[in-house]
Design a protein around this ligand. Structure first.
Ligand code: CP
Length: 321
C-alpha cells in the first residue's frame, strides 16, 4: 500500500511535466493553453506492455494503449480470445513468458488472486488495471483532478455514496496518506470489505485523518468537498441487477445531496455512469469534474508507466499535495 501512495505522488507530479513538456514557459500553463501539449518525450521507446483484459474497458484500455504509444512504446492488447492464459496455459508459465517478451503487464481481472500470482511469477512489474478488490489507477486520475481543481489535496473531505466496492477500497488506502478525510455511506449489506476497512482505520489514525461510516447519503455528504459515486452493478454482478437497484434506492446523488455539502463541492464518477446513480442535473453541471477525471486517466497512467520503467525524474519543483 505504501507503494501505491508513492506511485500516486510521483505520477501526479510527473504527469504534470509529461503534459507540459520540459519547456519552462509551458510548465505552468493550464493543459488546454499549453503550447507544447502534443509533444512527448520518447521515454518508452523500445519498450512494450502486455495489456490483459478479462473484462470490457473504454478508459483504461484507451488511456494505456494511446499513452504508451505517445511515449514511443508498443502496447499489446490481449483479451481472453487472444492469449492462452486461463485456457491452455498456466498463470505461472504466462507470467514467465511475458517477462521475457515484454517490459510491463497491466491486467484487468475478475479475481485479485490472478494479479497476485502474476506478480509472484513474473520478473517484470504488474499493474492492477482493476480487480474486484482495487482500482488504484483510477484513483491516480481522481487525485490529479482534485489537485488541479482545488490547488492541493490536504484537508479536503471526500464523501463516498454508493457501493462498498473496489474504487472505495482504493480511496480508503490512498486518501489518508494524502491528508484527505473520507465519509462513507453504503446501504446495509454493501459495506466495504471488513479486512480493508480494518487496514484503512489504522491508516487514517496513523496519518491523523478522519474516516466515518454512515448509512444515510446526506450524512456522508454533510460538509464534504467532493461527492463521489460509482456503478451500483459492477461487471460480473449483472444477475443481481434488480435486487441491487432496489437496495440502493435513496442513494442517487442529486442537487439535494449537494445542498448539504461544502459550498465548493464538486462531483466525481469513474464512469461508465447510469442515471439512477446520479441525475443529469449534477452529472452535467459545472461542478461535475467527470470528463476531466476521465481524461486524466491518460496523463496519470503515462506518469505511472514512466515512473515504473525509467529513471527519468521531472525537473519541475514538487507539487504541493
Ligand atoms: N473507470 C474505468 O475503469 O473505466 P473503463 O471500465 O472504461 O476502463
Amino acid at each position: 500500500f505504501s507503494q501505491e501512495v508513492y506511485v500516486s505522488e510521483v505520477s501526479v507530479y510527473m504527469t504534470m511535466e509529461i503534459i507540459s513538456g520540459p519547456n519552462t514557459e509551458a510548465r505552468h500553463c493550464s493543459r488546454t493553453e499549453c503550447p507544447v501539449k502534443h509533444k512527448y518525450l520518447p521515454l518508452l521507446q523500445g519498450k512494450s506492455i502486455a495489456m490483459i483484459f478479462e473484462k470490457r474497458s473504454t478508459r483504461t484500455r484507451i488511456s494505456t494503449e494511446t499513452g504508451f504509444s505517445l511515449l514511443g512504446g508498443h502496447p499489446c492488447f490481449l483479451t481472453p480470445q487472444d492469449i492462452h492464459l486461463g485456457i491452455n496455459e498456466s498463470t505461472k508459465d504466462t507470467a514467465r513468458v511475458l517477462s521475457g517478451l515484454t517490459d510491463l503487464v497491466l491486467a484487468r481481472v475478475y479475481n485479485h488472486s490472478l494479479l497476485e500470482e502474476l506478480e509472484k511469477e513474473a520478473s517484470i512489474p504488474i499493474i492492477n488495471g482493476l480487480s474486484e478488490l482495487y482500482h488504484p489507477i483510477q484513483i491516480l486520475a481522481d487525485l490529479l483532478t482534485l489537485n488541479e481543481h482545488y490547488g492541493s489535496l490536504k484537508g479536503l473531505t471526500v464523501a463516498w455514496i454508493g457501493d462498498g466496492n473496489n474504487i472505495l477500497h482504493s480511496l480508503m488506502m490512498s486518501l489518508p496518506k494524502l491528508g484527505v478525510n473520507l465519509r462513507i455511506a453504503t446501504p446495509k449489506g454493501y459495506e466495504p470489505d471488513a479486512t480493508i476497512t480494518w487496514e484503512a482505520q489504522h491508516l487514517f489514525k496513523q496519518f491523523g485523518t478522519d474516516m466515518q461510516m454512515f448509512s444515510e447519503p446526506l450524512e456522508a455528504a454533510q460538509g464534504s468537498n467532493v461527492l463521489v459515486t460509482d456503478t451500483w452493478v459492477s461487471m460480473g454482478q449483472e444477475e443481481d441487477k434488480k435486487k441491487r437497484i432496489k437496495d440502493f434506492q435513496g442513494y442517487q446523488i442529486t442537487m439535494q445531496t449537494a445542498s448539504v455539502a461544502a459550498s465548493d463541492w464538486t462531483f466525481l464518477h469513474c464512469l461508465p455512469r447510469k442515471s439512477e446513480e446520479v441525475n443529469d442535473e449534477v452529472f452535467y453541471s459545472p461542478r461535475s469534474l467527470v470528463f476531466t477525471e476521465a481524461e486524466n486517466r491518460k496523463w496519470t497512467i503515462m506518469g505511472l508507466m514512466v515512473c515504473i520503467l525509467t529513471d527519468y525524474r521531472p525537473q519541475i519543483p514538487q507539487l504541493k499535495l
